[in-house]
Design a protein around this ligand. Structure first.
Ligand code: NOJ
Ligand code: MG
Length: 545
């Protein structure tokens, strides 16, 4: 009897998936301490999947939930194989995974291979003496002849990347905060320990990992000095402050770090999914996807998307980037917002929330939503004098706005960060309202899941003249042909798609979805003169060929 194909694990489920990032501290507080927790997440899964009015995402990525002194809110880990008591324990974690899986939601954890907390027992041991066996887990160097830092490398959060450890007279390297000493991936010890971590969580049922800051995981063994930045060259991602990060970012050996993580992960679970975080130009990302025979990451965020302003001509270059530069088997991955950057409703202005949702959810590739964007949450700057993140990222990390009641439905107590405008922006009010942003997201997800063209079809840019104020593209699969047109202007825009596509699209189509109420599903569209309302985005179905 031949094996049933349906019983084989689907190794590329993530291609047609929509992922959702949860910042656990700010999603839902179940125990009244003002801090989100795992039981809170489990209690709010109906919002994401399983309920008739759920968004219907396919997977969640949880930012770090491990024990941490919270200097970098979980990205400074003091124990990789446990849960921070503020969030719960391994039992509540298992319950959350079971509840997610029951609904068909995949669960991705955040793997932080680049650095630990300075409170991690490995570092506590390593810093005590040069002879300690843990010493080689970190990167140590003698002071420069003048007693200063060993070289000129700067940390991602500013200042020197080196910190003097007085007791042993050497500096340790930290690519982020000084409380986050970098792990040394040149020793097999680090590979083995991280493999243990990967196995630990896969055995508990997680489906994959978002892998943190991979571009900083390897540095030059000779610690060569970075050259000065050249204005406009490899910016914004390879330069910061006054230097080009030639020797402490995106080293060729970095791919070996990912391969090591992948080897451990796939040995434990063949269909594991690895999503890489690397702030790199899209021209370089392909290296991190490997080959079909030897994949590295399955997906890697294209952050040029997050770095592009709400401008049609600039966005066109950005959305064509992965199409031009990823390898043929590569699959783009984009987010508009995350816990490290101002929310896109704040960056672009709230008027762009609807067309931006259409853009994100109709491009080729796996979209990653950041909790709260589906209801149009904006940045909430904390009051003067309150600052949790020294680098200034608190405003995009404020609690999820579930309802307009006191505590925003997030907490019964006082939230750790202030709530935004819960009276006008909250999930409870938007859920039953067919005109709400939440309903638009839900509808876009429904369309995407129902359409092979949108979820896995080909992408082809339509060549609108520069200055049109809109972008347009064709998504196609099995005879299904959809054109997406997104306006970037708050005044009316008219485009001639017939001419731009040189007749390839035919003369007319029918509306599938519009972000403005004046246009309804089924309305005819004359492709030679598409009049877009201010801030309108439109999906049009063409006649099958
Ligand atoms: C990227 C994470 O997204 C960010 O929040 C963190 O500060 C750095 N990596 C360091 O882990
Ligand atoms: Mg709590």
């Amino acid at each position: 009897m031949s094996e049933s194909r349906a019983s084989l694990p689907d190794r590329t489920w993530w291609r047609s998936a929509v992922l959702y990032q949860i910042y656990p501290r700010s999603f839902a507080d179940s125990d009244g301490d003002g801090i989100g927790d795992l039981a809170g997440i489990a209690a709010h899964l109906d919002h994401l999947r399983g309920a008739p009015d759920a968004l219907n995402v396919d997977g969640i990525w949880l930012s770090p939930i491990y024990p941490s002194p919270q200097k970098d809110f979980g990205y400074d880990i003091s124990d990789y194989c446990a849960i921070d008591p503020a969030y719960g324990n391994l039992r509540t974690f298992d319950l959350l995974v079971a509840e997610a899986h029951r609904r068909g939601l995949k669960v991705l954890l955040d793997l932080v291979p680049g650095h630990t907390s300075d409170q991690h027992p490995w570092f506590q041991a390593a810093r005590r003496s040069r002879d300690d066996p843990h010493r080689e887990l970190y990167i140590w160097a003698d002071p420069a002849p003048d007693g200063g830092a060993p070289n000129n490398w700067t940390a991602a959060f500013g200042g020197s990347a080196w910190q003097l450890e007085e007791r042993t007279g050497q500096y340790y390297l930290h690519s982020f905060y000084p409380e986050q000493p970098d792990l040394n991936w040149r020793t097999p010890q680090t590979h083995e320990r991280m493999a243990d971590v990967v196995r630990f969580w896969l055995a508990r049922g997680v489906d994959g990992f978002r892998v943190d800051a991979i571009d900083r995981s390897m540095k030059d063994a000779l610690l060569r000095e970075n050259p000065p930045a050249v204005p406009g060259y490899l910016t914004p991602f390879m330069a910061s402050g006054d230097q080009l990060h030639v020797w402490n970012k995106n080293r060729p050996e970095t791919v070996d770090v990912v391969r090591s993580i992948r080897a451990a992960a796939t040995a434990a679970r063949a269909d594991v999914m690895l999503l890489g975080e690397a702030y790199l130009p899209v021209e370089i990302l392909g290296r991190y996807l490997g080959t079909p025979e030897q994949p590295v990451f399955d997906l890697a965020f294209d952050f040029t998307f997050i770095a592009t302003p709400w401008d049609a001509d600039e966005m066109r270059v950005t959305i064509e980037g992965p199409e031009a530069h990823l390898p043929a088997h590569g699959w783009p991955c984009r987010a508009l917002s995350n816990h490290d950057n101002p929310r896109h409703g704040t960056r672009f202005g709230a008027r762009a929330l609807r067309p931006a949702a259409v853009l994100l959810l109709t491009l080729r590739g796996t979209p990653v939503l950041y909790m709260g964007e589906e209801i149009g949450m904006l940045d909430v700057p904390p009051p003067a004098g309150i600052r949790f993140d020294r680098f200034g990222r608190d405003a995009c990390r404020t609690p999820m706005q579930w309802s307009s009641e006191a505590g925003g439905g997030f907490t019964g107590a006082s939230p750790w960060l202030p709530l935004g405008d819960i009276a006008t922006v909250n999930a409870q009010d938007q859920r039953p309202d067919p005109r709400s942003l939440l309903s638009l997201y839900r509808e876009l997800l429904r369309l995407r899941h129902a359409s092979a063209a949108l979820s896995t079809g080909t992408f082809r840019s339509i060549d609108l003249p520069a200055g049109s104020g809109a972008v347009a593209y064709l998504r196609e699969a099995d005879g299904e042909r959809l054109v997406v047109i997104v306006s970037f202007r708050s005044e009316p825009v008219q485009v001639d798609l017939r001419r731009a596509a040189r007749g390839r699209l035919g003369a007319s189509g029918a509306v599938v979805l519009s972000t403005v109420p004046e246009r309804g599903a089924g309305d005819p569209v004359d492709l030679a003169a598409v009049s877009l309302a201010p801030d309108e985005a439109l999906i049009v179905e063409l006649q099958a060929r």
